[in-house]
Ligand binder design. Structure first.
Ligand SMILES: NC(=O)c1ccc[n+]([C@@H]2O[C@H](COP(=O)([O-])OP(=O)(O)OC[C@H]3O[C@@H](n4cnc5c(N)ncnc54)[C@H](O)[C@@H]3O)[C@@H](O)[C@H]2O)c1
Length: 295
């Protein structure tokens, strides 16, 4: 099967970016959400992002029009996915919700359609288990911002069909991404490796070894990281990191994967990271940031 039409479920941070990557690469895409104003907002974010590329001279106006011509929005699930060869679910990170959606997709999608999830930490195998097409379910873990970031972790659940994996890898390449195949294990590759880095950085802040800003500068200049671990943790979001670490720790039982108490305290203090402007840094309205004194 050659994928022509991709349906993306959820038009939030990730969904709109995934749909943008799909239409920019020449696929027809349908962006679905539960409310008209949500899909409208997702489509507007895509338009704004493309318009910026036109302003910068990176895209012609007629190319932008052609890209947008391949995008459709919908608030009716059965209608949204009826022509889809490949469905990518990007709804909130809640296993019960995702399982319910996969069971529904199984009923309404074409028999040959492949069902993918963008989950960061949940079990893709559990989602496959909610369907009768267990060999046609896979994970496609995009990174934020999805229209720009090249990596997609292609997560293989227990029982996945080799054909499904091949089609997923090929579709991601056609979307301009670099897919990496990985087994369905908590944290996959990137978050599994980032966890101990985030935990150690937080422990060093707690101990007063150095400030978050000094740790970030050290890792940027000494290890060639484009962002320091505290900045990156802010960008990931502490609530998301908590969920990821809890699931990785449950799997590895390794002390280095255990959620550092500082993240729990930051969450209790209402500091979630960049998304609410409060993390290891305070993000100011003028676009600058200043270090936050933890204690
Ligand atoms: N934000 C990130 O950096 C990031 C990175 C990688 C993966 N992810 C994963 O991607 C998924 C989506 O995350 P996000 O950050 O885009 O969330 P988000 O909250 O920005 O967007 C979720 C969207 O799903 C919609 N939605 C809620 N219930 C729905 C339903 N029943 N059917 C269809 N749409 C529904 C919401 O209205 C919202 O527009 C999650 O599984 C998350 O773990 C997020």
């Amino acid at each position: 099967m050659t994928v022509k039409t991709i349906a993306v479920l959820g038009s939030g941070t990730m969904g709109h970016g995934i749909a943008q990557a799909a239409v920019a690469a020449g696929f027809d895409a349908v962006l679905y959400d539960i409310q008209e104003d949500f899909v409208a907002k997702g489509a507007a974010r895509i338009r704004k992002s493309l318009a910026r590329r036109v302003e910068k001279g990176k895209l012609e106006q007629d190319q932008m029009d052609a890209i947008l011509g391949r995008l459709r929005t919908s608030t009716n699930l059965a209608e949204a996915v009826k022509d889809a060869d490949f469905v990518i679910e990007a709804v909130p990170e809640n296993l019960e919700l995702k399982k319910k959606i996969f069971a529904e997709l199984d009923r309404v999608c074409k028999p040959e359609a492949i069902l993918a999830t963008n989950t960061s930490v949940l079990s893709v195998t559990a989602m496959a288990g909610a369907t009768e097409r267990k060999d046609q379910v896979i994970g496609t873990h995009f990174f934020n911002p999805a229209a720009v970031m090249k990596l997609v972790e292609v997560i293989c659940p227990v029982g996945v069909g080799e054909k499904t994996v091949e089609i997923a890898l090929e579709t991601m390449k056609r979307m301009g991404k670099v897919p990496i195949r990985v087994k369905d294990t908590p944290g996959f590759i990137v978050n599994r490796l980032l966890g101990p880095l985030y935990m150690t950085a937080a422990q060093m802040v707690l101990e007063g070894t150095a400030s978050a800003e000094e740790i970030d500068t050290a890792m940027k200049l000494g290890a060639g990281h484009p962002m320091g671990p505290c900045e990156l943790a802010d960008f990931g979001g502490f609530d998301v990191i908590q969920m990821a670490q809890d699931s990785v720790f449950e799997y590895t039982h390794s002390e280095s994967d255990k959620l550092n108490i500082l993240y729990r305290k930051m969450i209790e203090a209402g500091r979630l990271g960049f998304k609410n402007g409060k993390g290891f840094y305070d993000y100011l309205p003028d676009g600058t940031k200043k270090p936050f004194k933890v204690f």
